[in-house]
Design a protein around this ligand. Sequence first.
Ligand SMILES: *[C@@H]1O[C@H](CO)[C@@H](O)[C@H](O)[C@H]1NC(C)=O
Ligand SMILES: *[C@@H]1O[C@H](CO)[C@@H](O)[C@H](O)[C@H]1NC(C)=O
Length: 249
Amino acid sequence: MSSIISLKHVLLYLTSFILWTTCTIPGYIKVCHRDDPKLVTCINDSITILKPYLKKGIPELDVPPLEPLLLDAVDLKSGNGATRVEATISNLKIWGPTSFVIQELKPNLNKNIFKFKVLLPELNVVGQYKADARVLFFNLKGEGPAYINITDYRFECKLKGNKIMKEGEEFLEFEKMKLKIEVGTSNIRLENLFNGDPVLGKATSDVVNENSNLFISEILPNLQQALSEKFTNIANKITLRFTYKELFP
Ligand SMILES: *[C@@H]1O[C@H](CO)[C@@H](O)[C@H](O)[C@H]1NC(C)=O
Ligand SMILES: *[C@@H]1O[C@H](CO)[C@@H](O)[C@H](O)[C@H]1NC(C)=O
């Protein structure tokens, strides 16, 4: 019995060893030839094919699921007198980042620089808020779930890669992506405002929504940071697994 188990282990070990060392490009990675006259289309297709895999994660490349994207808690504390804000949004989870559409792409394979203009059609954010604030003419107090929808956000980003040598082979490694988000429209729903008081809650909720971009601008730096970190990480997980020649023959 035990010899059967150990034989199975040896076979498993051998199989993974063979898979690891040959490292052939998996089917979901579409390779683009560097002199392809339709290089932009090819790279765009290649990323489009990858999107559902990025959403769920690619365990064999050690790429974690991109959705939901988790954000660090955001603390807002400011003011005195007429304006006073103390608020926290924590446990932020974001769905939708993999539904991005690449609207413009400028690859420069000689310099290994890729410039993208990307549309995020919709992001759905869920978090926990806790707020006690007086801003100009309204009070905001409560604690509970926060739902935020962000529609038609655009971002521009630049990925710069450097060729590095590993065990005699050339690999492409990206520097941290530069990413700048342009604000689109957003909707915010804060539940349990004023302990669920329907009148105060509704009025405040309307004010929050009318000023939603002010609130969003507070979480924007964290969102930018998280997106550029994740996208750079994923790009490197893929490019550092395969040689430059394999990826851009
Ligand atoms: C990339 O592909 C998407 C989906 O097919 C398309 O909507 C978009 O216009 C393409 N972008 C470029 C730069 O070709
Ligand atoms: C966000 O969008 C979803 C559908 O996509 C909708 O069910 C939900 O009510 C929206 N939430 C807000 C805060 O607008």
